[in-house]
Design a protein around this ligand. Structure first.
Ligand code: IPE
Ligand code: IPE
Ligand code: MG
Length: 232
């Protein structure tokens, strides 16, 4: 198994965890089963990313658009926050990783919001370690950008690119974005922060995406030449 730390691991990684529903449907299981597997795998894969040397890992777990899914499926996805609360806190506590939730948390039921805030506070002591797991939930990049621009307008001062970045709920540049599940699109995931991210697409459905697959993605990243518009 490849678990060695990678030289030149991406510092900030985004993971679009797609394909839970199709994973379940391919096994004649209800889509919900795929979401449960996906939640378990989120903890595994994010932990592995820190082990390989990443400092910030941001996982896309629910978009604002996903809030319009069928009630039953949505309620199940949200219930996983409560069901895996302990496992999540224990896993990241043991790695001394701090947690932050980004998105329109006000659109979530109060019980869920409370659980997210409690998770953040239980891991807040690790803020100084330089390792943070971010969960994008009820998140949409366009809305995040519009909110940041409106904040800047209300102050009546023009902002620079760096200042606008600092206004965002996730104020970091992404080095690598991984999308599982076979689609080649960003689906409203960190459009501003990902301007120069390397994009890695895997055909595996997220519940099947393994630590070995992650290692492969990181190795691929390490082989890229990041020119940022220059001639190197
Ligand atoms: C990703 O899996 C998780 C969420 C969007 C909540 P999907 O539920 O989109 O799974 P597919 O893409 O339909 O297989
Ligand atoms: C993106 O997946 C959102 C998450 C993985 C949470 P979707 O399944 O919602 O994206 P589309 O509909 O294929 O663009
Ligand atoms: Mg999908």
């Amino acid at each position: 198994m490849h678990t060695d730390k990678i030289i030149a691991a991406p510092e900030t990684v985004g993971i679009i965890m797609d394909g839970n529903g199709r994973w379940a449907q391919a096994r004649s299981l209800p889509r919900k089963e795929g979401h449960t597997k996906g939640m378990i795998n989120l903890i595994e894969i994010a932990s592995a990313a820190f082990r390989l040397g990443a400092k910030n890992v941001v996982c896309y777990s629910l978009s604002t658009e996903n809030l319009n899914r069928e009630k039953d499926e949505l309620e199940h996805i949200l219930s996983l926050v409560l069901r895996y609360f302990d496992a999540f806190v224990d896993a990241f506590r043991s790695r001394k990783v701090c947690a932050k939730f980004v998105g329109r948390l006000d659109l979530l039921p109060e019980e869920i919001r409370y659980s997210l805030l409690r998770t953040e506070s239980l891991l807040a002591e690790f803020a100084g370690t330089g390792r943070t797991i971010y969960i994008a939930i009820a998140y949409g990049s366009r809305a995040e950008i519009v909110d940041a621009v409106n904040k800047a307008i209300s102050r009546g001062e023009p902002v620079t690119e760096q200042e606008l970045l600092a206004e965002l709920s996730f104020p970091l540049e992404l080095d690598l974005i991984i999308r599982t599940g076979g689609e080649r699109r960003l689906s409203n995931f960190f459009l501003y922060q990902g301007a120069y991210a390397e994009l890695y697409f895997s055909d595996r459905y997220f519940p099947d995406f393994s630590k070995e697959d992650l290692h492969e993605a990181f190795e691929w990243y390490a082989s890229r030449q990041r020119r940022r518009g220059l001639v190197l």
